[in-house]
Design a protein. Structure first.
Length: 400
């Protein structure tokens, strides 16, 4: 997106350096990353950075409204999904933007989805460092993954403050379902390495009264005081085979770092509440007075799905008419990603996740990092980009 920097990077790129870069990451924790890491980071020009910041502020203005919880009480599709002891702020917020071109041909972000849930906070820092290590002279030293002058140490210290704080790290757990089997396992290992916390499967948790605990390597009980939750509820609801002593609906003497209820409140359900230059028109399907004539300009999304599951990009009136549970669907204006990243063959489109964190010391939600996805397919997901190069997960470096 910045021609001279892109040209310089592409000219210096070699497949040998890229493979060394990948092997370095794979050997860090003796774990082969099972998703595609792109051949390049993305260089984000200052004017696009400013638009992304403005877009985040516009969205946070809605989320910070005093009546936001009232507006999103309908996000819980079942009363049994509500978790006790909800807090006042989502600790983690992800805002996903497609990079498009406006009517004047200028780069502009358009919101795709949002999540009140953690992302790859530690892996993104790791991969950014590895891009610099292996492709360093092609990445300008005054470009950063972070905003507001935040350094790597500042960033890690902030995460430590918000996830662990003054608690003994062994009493803080990262909670998942079979964590070693997850596509994002590399992030769990990076998190444990930086924070010293335990990565735990939900089936390993034990419960006595309102106390949660696990057994350490010596067989001793360790009480859990904080839970950094990484379980996606779609998977939890599908895994009826799991034998657990603990339910999310239990009232427990442990603090949620990222309360689970925000997973529903800040989600696709929030899209119709948002307006502005950086947000596509979105409608609850059951509240549509009439179906738009130009359905080719819309996508149909289930409100309760993850990683693009169930999204229809070629919408027809017949498809909508056949849906019996319309309250569970969203009709959203299509976002036209622009192919703006020059590669060795066809240019790639990209999506940027602005990763936000609520700082308990300042009581403000800050943009702290980012995650990029590069695509040459019809959609961003892996299945749309098979056998393609210069696609996959990456990170953005912002112009200062």
């Amino acid at each position: 997106m910045i021609k001279n920097i892109r040209d310089a990077y592409n000219a210096k790129f070699s497949e040998e350096t890229y493979q060394t870069f990948i092997n370095d990451i794979d050997t860090l924790f003796n774990f082969k990353v099972n998703f595609k890491i792109a051949e390049t980071p993305v260089f984000i020009p200052k004017d696009l950075k400013e638009k992304l910041v403005e877009a985040c502020h516009d969205i946070m203005a809605v989320i910070n409204k005093p009546n936001f919880k009232e507006l999103t009480d309908g996000a819980f599709f079942d009363a049994n999904t509500i978790v006790p002891n909800e807090d006042e702020h989502s600790k983690f917020i992800q805002l996903d933007f497609g990079i498009c071109k406006d009517d004047n041909g200028e780069l502009t972000p358009k919101l795709i989805e949002l999540q009140g849930f953690p992302s790859l906070y530690f892996f993104q820092e790791l991969v950014g460092g590895k891009y610099r290590e292996h492709f360093g002279d092609a990445i300008p030293s005054d470009f950063s993954q972070h905003l507001n002058g935040m350094t790597t140490n500042d960033y890690i210290n902030l995460l430590q403050q918000e996830i662990v704080g003054d608690t003994d790290p062994k009493q803080v757990i990262l909670l998942e379902i079979e964590p070693e089997q997850q596509a994002t396992a590399i992030d769990f290992y990076a998190t444990a390495a930086k924070l010293g916390i335990k990565v735990l499967c939900i089936t390993d948790l034990k419960k006595r009264g309102k106390t949660l605990f696990y057994l350490d390597n010596n067989g001793d009980e360790v009480e859990v005081l904080k839970i950094y939750n990484r379980i996606i509820f779609d998977e939890l609801h599908q895994r009826t085979d799991l034998k657990t002593a603990f339910s999310f609906q239990d009232d427990i003497d442990a603090e949620w770092i990222g309360h689970p209820n925000w997973f529903y409140r800040i989600s696709k359900y929030t899209m119709p509440l948002l307006k502005g230059d950086y947000v596509p028109k979105s409608y609850y399907l059951d509240q549509l007075e009439s179906i738009p004539e130009d359905l080719e300009n819309y996508v149909l999304k289930p409100l309760y799905s993850f990683a693009g599951a169930g999204v229809e990009i070629h919408v027809t009136k017949n498809m909508i008419d056949k849906i019996t549970n319309k309250a569970n669907y969203l009709l959203q204006e299509k976002v036209a990603y622009a192919p703006v990243i020059e590669t060795m063959d066809e240019p790639a489109k990209c999506e940027i996740r602005m990763m936000l964190l609520h700082n308990s010391k300042t009581n403000k939600t800050e943009i702290v990092s980012n995650l990029m996805r590069l695509s040459k397919g019809e959609m961003v997901g892996v299945k749309y980009n098979k056998d393609k190069t210069w696609v996959g997960g990456s990170t953005g470096f912002f112009e200062g």
